[in-house]
Design a protein around this ligand. Structure first.
Ligand code: MIC
Ligand code: SF4
Length: 643
């Protein structure tokens, strides 16, 4: 039996377990990336492990999320990360150099290699045939220290692409079409692999748009073959030597196959407030637009912005629209500046932002009240834009640009003939915003620069024999990490200060939660399906940990969040019978009478509702390793105990 692309990479990197779906496997990690919003914590954790120099082939720290610098906090964090990088052997991509995933794809990613990143959109690297996975900061810290990264061996999904996109239909429309079929939880426990004749028609940045937004499927990762197109891209980036060919065997076996005929696709939008709430632009056409934002790690490549510039050239942004554009990297920005396209964007009235995440993570450009905002981004969760009643639609750069000049939702196919825009034979290569680590002989003399906002990792404790704690919060389905630990300009600067950031935990759902949980001392959160979808931010586990949350009992979990809970020593429990969800109310006193024994023996978990007198059963799906982590009180304690 042949192998899929992902299975080939997994096989090459397997350090423990077997490639049996549903079982725990350990992977050797070649590359890591961090961004600043998760990075400070990851490096605090790395320091706590006491390993002088990273053991990966390449580790890069990017500064792209917290670049507003509304106070000293962000700048202090940047300096801290820069000093850690210098000392411990990590490359440092300075603020202004661009969004981590875009820059990593351009400058560092390599086909066939494994990459984990403390950001859920790390699968962008799948666009050049990497096995690139989003993880919690602590997992990345462990991988930098040479430890394996553990996942549950996923199922394999093949998306078979046939045909060719029509003019003005875009890679974004492909992934939106896949989201329509699979939904935001359809990818959980799966790797999505693209194949078929249609693959050849897509450039690397287009492939990366698709693998990037595979995160919204809940998939472990997504991957494209590495082929001639990949080689040309790497050559144009001056690193043809990084190329290796990679494709699935003809007799590879997939658990699921999805057919997408590119010729039949039309421009689509993900409507408020979920990336899988898909409509065609035709259905929305004519509705007024208030804001358009172009950028983010999904759609800010040279190709994307050249298409936007082509559409905007000689035109004017409609009076009712505010158009903001953030190029994905310094490379893209600089090339647009040199070839005149930037002038076309400025002349049309675009508000040019720095190369960073910006509005995608609520750092500025919040829309007006009830504002309709068309964004080329990947997430439109309620409130994420910074405007609670903002209506965010996720669209392609082509749809965004044409709608910005028309002032209403407009199908870009009205532009007629396709524009002849190709990738350059040579990108502008200038890595002067990447700072190399200090040579080994100098690293001892590098001083770590710590600002006053940087606080320690919260206290953990080993699993106790029993737990008695009340239900401090009850929430419904599809709770995102933006609900649990919101971001935005006010809160992001607190990412290295768990005591302070905890005061914002779950406040979008219930503003009294932090105070209540703190007063209770110990508590349990109850939730529905797909709990913790979205970001890889471990703060969504660390803030509850700090507030005394001992267990989260839900119908189902999103992958990264579940492992962040385990890493933080919080019990991830699922109802055996989902109907039992109705048997617990906010404030009920719950008891897990034999929890340690039940976890140790991998038996069902008994949950007694002392308020109602009812007993229900829950599962705690753990591998031998994650069981040991939970018993130890989290990954940090486990790593210390075992090193
Ligand atoms: C996001 O898109 O939500 C983020 C901000 O990039 C996060 C990481 C974070 O919360 O810092 C992600 O996707 O993992
Ligand atoms: Fe940044 Fe947005 Fe991409 Fe997250 S999704 S890495 S916030 S651009």
């Amino acid at each position: 039996m042949g192998y899929t692309i992902a299975q080939k990479i997994i096989k090459e990197h397997l350090v423990s377990g077997e490639m049996v779906v549903g079982t725990d496997i350990g992977l050797k990690i070649d590359q890591t990336l961090t961004q600043d919003a998760t990075g400070t914590m990851a490096y605090i954790e790395y320091e706590a492990m006491g390993i002088p120099r990273v053991k990966t082939e390449k580790s890069v720290a990017y500064i792209d999320h917290n670049t507003l610098q509304t106070g000293f906090e962000n700048a202090d964090d940047h300096r801290f990360i820069q000093s850690v990088c210098k000392k411990h052997g990590i490359y440092f991509s300075r603020p202004g150099n661009g969004i981590c995933h875009q820059v990593h794809l351009e400058r560092f990613g390599k086909p066939g290699k494994t990459l984990i990143g403390s950001d859920s959109h790390t699968p962008t690297g799948g666009g050049i045939g990497m096995l690139a996975i989003g993880a919690g900061g602590l997992d990345v810290a462990v991988a930098m220290g040479g430890g394996a990264y553990y996942i549950t061996m996923p199922k394999m999904v093949r998306v078979n692409l046939t045909g060719k996109l029509s003019p003005w239909v875009s890679a974004k429309d492909i992934i939106l079409a896949v989201l329509k079929v699979m939904s935001v939880k359809g990818g959980v426990g799966k790797i999505v692999e693209y194949g078929g004749e249609g693959v050849k028609t897509l450039t690397v940045p287009e492939r990366a748009t698709i693998t990037n937004m595979g995160a919204e499927l809940g998939a472990t990762t997504s991957v494209f073959p590495s082929d001639e197109t990949t080689r040309e891209f790497l050559k144009a980036q001056g690193r043809e030597e990084d190329y290796t060919e990679l494709s699935a065997d003809a007799d590879a076996v997939y658990d699921e196959v999805i057919e997408i005929n590119l010729s039949e696709l039309e421009p689509l939008a993900a409507c408020p407030h979920s990336p899988d709430n898909i409509k065609t632009i035709k259905e929305l056409e004519g509705q007024q637009v208030d804001q358009v934002c172009i950028g983010s790690c999904t759609n800010s490549s040279y190709l994307d912005l050249m298409r936007v510039a082509y559409i905007l050239k000689g035109k004017k942004v409609a009076d009712n629209v505010s158009l903001a554009i953030a190029p994905g990297s310094k490379q893209v920005f600089n090339m647009l500046a040199l070839n005149g396209a930037l002038g076309d964007l400025i002349a049309a009235g675009a508000r040019i932002l720095e190369s960073a995440c910006g509005p995608c993570i609520g750092m500025g450009q919040s829309p007006n009240s009830k504002g309709i905002s068309l964004r080329t981004f990947n997430r439109n969760f309620e409130g994420r834009s910074g405007t609670a009643d903002g209506q965010i639609y996720l669209v392609s750069p082509e749809t965004a640009a044409v709608s910005a000049i028309k002032g209403v939702f407009t199908d870009p196919r009205c532009l007629g003939e396709a524009a002849e825009i190709e990738l350059p034979e040579k990108f502008l290569i200038n890595d002067n915003m990447v700072i190399d680590p200090a040579p080994v002989e100098e690293m001892d003399s590098v001083e770590i620069l710590r600002g006053p906002n940087i606080k320690e990792y919260p206290k953990t404790s080993p699993l106790t024999d029993s737990i008695e704690a009340s239900c401090s919060l009850k929430v419904g389905d599809n709770i995102t990490t933006d609900h649990i630990m919101p971001a935005g300009a006010k809160i992001l600067p607190l990412r290295s200060n768990i005591p302070k950031i905890s005061q914002h935990c779950f406040t979008v759902c219930d503003k009294d939660f932090p105070e209540r949980a703190k007063t209770l001392g110990k508590s349990i959160i109850v939730g529905g399906e797909n709990y913790g979808q979205g970001s890889s931010r471990e703060h969504a586990a660390l803030a509850p940990l700090y507030l005394g949350v001992k267990a989260v009992l839900v119908k189902s979990f999103a992958r990264i969040h579940k492992s962040n809970l385990i890493n933080a020593g919080i019990l991830p429990l699922t109802f055996k019978d989902n109907a039992d969800y109705d048997k617990i109310k906010l404030g009920d006193m719950l008891e897990l009478p034999n929890i340690k024994e039940e976890i140790t023996n991998a038996s069902d978990i008994t949950v007694v509702n002392k308020t109602t007198g009812e007993t229900i059963k829950a599962d705690c799906e753990l591998s031998d390793r994650t069981r040991a982590i939970i018993i130890a009180g989290g990954l940090l304690d486990y790593t210390k105990e075992n090193s």
